[in-house]
Design a protein around this ligand. Structure first.
Ligand code: SF4
Ligand code: SF4
Length: 110
């Protein structure tokens, strides 16, 4: 089956798992929507941002959207709310604030 046709959101039973959970398909992280189980949500303030790109380099899910070396926003499909971006944003700038993601929390409860 071609990589893009696979359902990476599907939970595999033990017979379908690879040994030690090894992932053999390169570049498949875009199929994992890690934003679906987030507790906290980063809110980016474009008026405060100085585009130092620390958040872009350090985000573990490549969720910071950058065009022409400037931050454009945060891709919430992949942002898992870890808070690294807000923590690493320069203290004098603080362009990202983490807030409770009530919408995602309610969706997970259902
Ligand atoms: S909260 Fe974490 S995953 Fe989301 S944009 Fe910030 S660093 Fe990336
Ligand atoms: S770390 Fe903060 S100031 Fe730097 S690009 Fe990201 S949001 Fe902007």
């Amino acid at each position: 089956m071609a990589e893009k046709e696979k359902d990476y959101e599907k939970l595999l039973d033990w017979k379908e798992q690879t040994l030690a959970g090894i992932i053999f398909d390169a570049g498949n992280s875009r199929f994992y929507h890690t934003g679906s189980w987030r507790t906290f949500l980063p809110v980016w303030d474009p008026d405060k941002c100085i585009h130092c790109l620390r958040c872009f380099y350090l985000c573990p899910d490549s969720a910071i959207i950058v065009e022409d070396a400037k931050v454009q926003g945060i891709d919430l499909t992949y942002c898992k709310g870890c808070g690294v971006c807000a923590h690493e944003c320069p203290k004098k700038v603080q362009a990202i604030e983490m807030v409770l993601d009530t919408a995602t929390i309610e969706a997970v409860k259902k």
